[in-house]
Design a protein around this ligand. Structure first.
Ligand SMILES: [Zn+2]
Length: 404
């Protein structure tokens, strides 16, 4: 009996640490909600973890009130996140509480080459660390988001042609060889889904879909709190769902994919005659400033994306769809027609009517997901009392940090 009680206690302790690791920081009340443990059990475990130096508390405000946030102890290391976008690189350094301590965005030319991009990314990581007075030794891993489907087993892009010139490159190998730090690679929309479902708009939901409406469109699927990538990592690649059988040929080789209709090039083209040469950023900014033509283009894109997302929603039955990416910066201009298109097509149930919400983390969602990916892969030694007997205090501060 004593043995099974110890096992239960260890399992509860692991559940609390895992939850803190996933969310970055929670109050004890939130920990009770997230773990399903009783308030007394959570309180006891947090006390032990504090004594063992596994977690720390810091004061914050929740709904206007002061609250104690439980976070992992700072000394367990930093993580770096890199988002390779179509037109920029975004790099952030965060501590184990997911708190970003330094960040940089670097504009890149269209179709930037893989060697220059990875070179810049590596330099940016080192540069940010130096500004913090730190080095690569302080980093447990680097997470990288790519605008392409990624095979989880190999870390390679799993569909040829989607990122021109990147097909033969093992991004994780190149970066980890260069920086001597473990590197984990995933699809950008998957990382957005990971961040929003643990710390953002969909954190309270079990099943959700994250839509990244950007230079291209993709989705990340979360089922039972877990990211669903599919066997080759192509789950949620809604940018390549056919919407126009007579449409243009897509980068992937198919005809009339959603990306050929709502991708950056397709959005700026119909504005050329009236507005001249605009970038996607220009269209977003002008739509927000009240330009009816630019708003129309975004609204039509919202309806097109919504129609495709409704198909995905029928397959997955999520409780909510969270929308991020550059187009989502227009808020309701994109979201309203998207919501309308989704609600018209999905089978609305009585249990959980499908919510369509803006991303809470905004443009930082993907890089936050890259950081979360690193923290998921790094095995913080949860229990410093490794061959623990009951009640023996072996809190000598030997928290091992490694990465798988
Ligand atoms: Zn395609």
């Amino acid at each position: 009996m004593a043995g099974s009680q110890t096992a239960l206690r260890e399992a509860n302790r692991a559940a609390v640490v895992d939850t803190v690791k996933r969310h970055g920081g929670l109050t004890q009340v939130e920990l009770v909600g997230a773990t399903g443990l009783s308030a007394a059990t959570v309180s006891t475990i947090v006390k032990q973890l504090l004594a063992d130096g596994v977690v720390e508390t810091r004061t914050t405000t929740r709904s206007g009130r002061r609250a104690q946030l439980v976070t992992l102890a700072h000394r367990v290391g930093l993580a770096a996140g890199v988002l390779v976008g179509q037109r920029h690189l975004r790099v952030a350094i965060a501590d184990f509480t997911h708190q970003v301590v330094a960040e940089r965005v670097l504009p890149m030319p269209h179709e930037h080459r893989v060697d220059t991009s990875l070179d810049r990314a590596a330099l940016l990581v080192v540069d940010l660390l130096e500004r913090l007075g730190l080095s690569l030794d302080d980093v447990v891993g680097i997470g990288v988001g790519l605008p392409a489907p990624v095979d989880e087993a190999t870390g390679m892009i799993s569909v040829r042609g989607v990122m021109r010139g990147w097909d033969e490159v093992h991004v994780a190998h190149v970066l980890s060889k260069r920086l001597s730090v473990p590197v984990h690679v995933d699809n950008d929309a998957n990382l957005g889904a990971l961040a929003e479902s643990t710390r953002g708009a969909s954190r309270v939901y079990r099943d959700s879909v994250y839509v990244r409406a950007s230079y291209g469109t993709g989705a990340g699927i979360v089922i039972n709190h877990q990211l669903h990538r599919g066997f080759a990592g192509t789950a949620g690649e809604i940018g390549h769902v056919q919407v126009d059988p007579q449409g243009d040929i897509c980068r992937c080789g198919s005809r009339g994919c959603l990306d050929t209709v709502v991708g950056a090039r397709a959005l700026v083209e119909p504005l050329r005659a009236t507005h001249g040469n605009l970038t996607l950023r220009d269209v977003v900014q002008r739509a927000n400033a009240g330009d009816p033509g630019c708003a129309q283009v975004i609204a039509d894109a919202g309806a097109q994306i919504g129609a495709v997302v409704s198909g995905l929603a029928m397959a997955v039955n999520p409780q909510c769809v969270v929308v991020g990416g550059e187009l989502a910066e227009t808020a309701e201009i994109l979201l309203d027609p998207m919501r309308e298109a989704i609600r018209r097509r999905v089978l609305l149930n009585q249990i959980a009517p499908l919510e369509v919400l803006p991303a809470e983390l905004g443009g930082a969602a993907e890089v936050a997901g890259a950081i979360a990916l690193v923290l998921q892969h790094s095995d913080v030694d949860l229990d410093p009392r490794s061959d623990a007997d009951d009640g023996v205090d072996a809190s000598d501060g030997q928290l091992g940090v490694g990465a798988s």
